[in-house]
Design a protein around this ligand. Structure first.
Ligand SMILES: NC(=O)c1ccc[n+]([C@@H]2O[C@H](COP(=O)([O-])OP(=O)(O)OC[C@H]3O[C@@H](n4cnc5c(N)ncnc54)[C@H](O)[C@@H]3O)[C@@H](O)[C@H]2O)c1
Length: 438
């Protein structure tokens, strides 16, 4: 990044922190926490999901939330207050510059829950500062940014957990294991149903440009995205409905149900060969301009066809695998299958588990366990990368207006220079990531 820490601090007025707790990393090797003791954590992004994740980490006794960061003073104060109330002290420090938080030597891990347009910058910085990372889905806003995150996590030997928490629910684990154990025969087709529309009602007075509120550092909130006037209806929570900052329902949900689809098919390290997407888009200058209805047809290795759709009633919400000997469908709190007996299992009985997927009963617990053991989490960075790729490519196909061919090994669109330009997006100066074309 070109912005110096000093420059950033002068804009944001970030607090300087005084370390208060010995981090677990101090008890082990320099980059590897000892297997016992508390993991010190910094929370970056204190809006809806960040608050929830922080609460989940506060519930785990071997974790100590020591810092929080947000560019909105009110969101920051809420989370810092929540942490200090829980610990009955005033030790949690607040920051407006995540780089200051991540530079602290007494922090082992970070939780990242910024809007998607900030994922890559924050994650690459965290990995470079040798923090283990609990990062939200989708991995990033573009495939190019995702590649930068994967590289940084690997190069720095970091543990990564994605917020695709459905993997830590027994019902999704059971469904994926049934498929992985061949109990529906050879998989021929997968259907992934995601929401359509734009998740909520637009309040008319929130659609006009106005002065950003005093508590929000709007320029930093926009970060690498194109400069656009402040409009309340596309900031907190609603950034996902504008392509300048988010990816609509498709990219909001692909890291959940497509993640599960990939888990069942053993696709955590591969991707589609062909992708054709069609969607309905509002005018590009609308405040909420993400596509409201979409359908993506994908061809995967092994002659498996997948459909990812929102707003198409023939594709039911959730994940459905169809095989030569049966089918399984799973959604949050719902499970159906060609074999009625499977419904009664909480998890697949041990004698049927020839292929065993890792088991987690608590997604945040699973992260802390991996931080200590240095074994992969249940949703490592490669899984997040590959589960979001079909969504990104589907959107690129819709925007290009044609079918794409994808080389999952080299991670390139084959023979389509124009569509390939959409694998990254220009970054607004001075933000940049080494090795990212944006
Ligand atoms: N796993 C899940 O089930 C789930 C559910 C909802 C959201 N999410 C993901 O969580 C992330 C956050 O979503 P949300 O709904 O909480 O959004 P949000 O708008 O409610 O919160 C984002 C917060 O990040 C802050 N922020 C923005 N730029 C920042 C920066 N540079 N440094 C520090 N803070 C910054 C914002 O001010 C805001 O407080 C997204 O990636 C989203 O996809 C995951």
């Amino acid at each position: 990044m070109k912005v110096s820490r000093r420059q950033f601090l002068s804009v944001t007025g970030a607090a300087l922190a005084i370390p208060t707790i010995i981090p677990i990393s101090a008890l082990g090797r320099a980059d590897r926490p000892a297997p016992s003791g508390r993991i010190t954590l910094g929370a970056v992004g204190c809006g809806g999901m960040g608050k929830g994740n922080t609460g989940d980490f506060l519930d785990l006794k071997d974790c100590q939330v020591v810092a929080a960061c947000d560019v909105d003073k009110q969101h920051l104060a809420t989370v810092v207050g929540k942490v200090n109330l829980r610990y009955k002290n005033t030790d949690c420090k607040g920051y407006r510059d995540y780089r200051e938080l991540m530079a602290r030597g007494d922090i082992d891990a970070v939780m990242l829950a910024t809007p998607d347009h900030w994922h890559a910058l924050a994650a690459v910085e965290a990995a470079g500062q040798k923090k283990d990372i609990y990062g939200e889905k989708p991995l990033a806003r573009t495939i190019g940014e995702q590649q930068a995150i994967v590289r940084a996590v690997h190069a720095n030997g970091r543990i990564w957990q994605t917020g695709s928490w459905q993997r830590s629910q027994a019902i999704f684990h059971k469904a994926a294991e049934i498929v992985r154990n061949g109990m529906i025969g050879k998989v021929t087709r997968v259907e992934v149903g995601l929401p359509d529309g734009q998740g909520g009602k637009m309040v008319p007075e929130d659609t006009v440009a106005s002065t950003p509120p005093a508590e929000l550092d709007y320029d930093t909130w926009l970060g690498p995205s194109k400069m656009m006037p402040y409009i309340k209806g596309r900031i907190h929570g609603n950034w996902r409905w504008n392509y300048n900052t988010g990816g609509g329902q498709l990219l909001d949900w692909v890291g959940h149900h497509c993640d599960i689809a990939h888990w069942g098919c053993d696709f955590d390290n591969t991707g589609p060969l062909e992708i054709e997407g069609k969607g309905v888009f509002p005018p590009a200058d609308t405040v909420w301009n993400t596509c409201t209805k979409y359908r993506i047809e994908l061809q995967y290795p092994g002659d498996i066809k997948m459909t990812i759709a929102g707003g198409h009633p023939d594709i039911r919400s959730g994940t459905k695998w169809i095989g030569t000997n049966g089918w399984v469908w799973v959604d949050r709190g719902a499970f159906e299958a060609s074999n009625e007996e499977w419904r009664d299992y909480r998890r697949l009985p041990e004698n049927l588990r020839k292929v065993k997927l890792p088991i987690s009963n608590n997604h945040h617990r699973n992260f802390l366990d991996s931080v200590k053991s240095r074994q992969p989490t249940i949703t490592p960075v490669e899984a997040a990368h590959h589960s979001a790729i079909p969504g990104h490519l589907g959107l690129i196909s819709m925007l290009a207006g044609r079918k794409l061919k994808w080389d999952a090994q080299t991670e390139q669109i084959v023979g389509d220079a124009d569509a390939s330009k959409l694998l990254s997006r220009p970054y607004r100066a001075p933000w940049q990531i080494a090795g990212y074309a944006g």
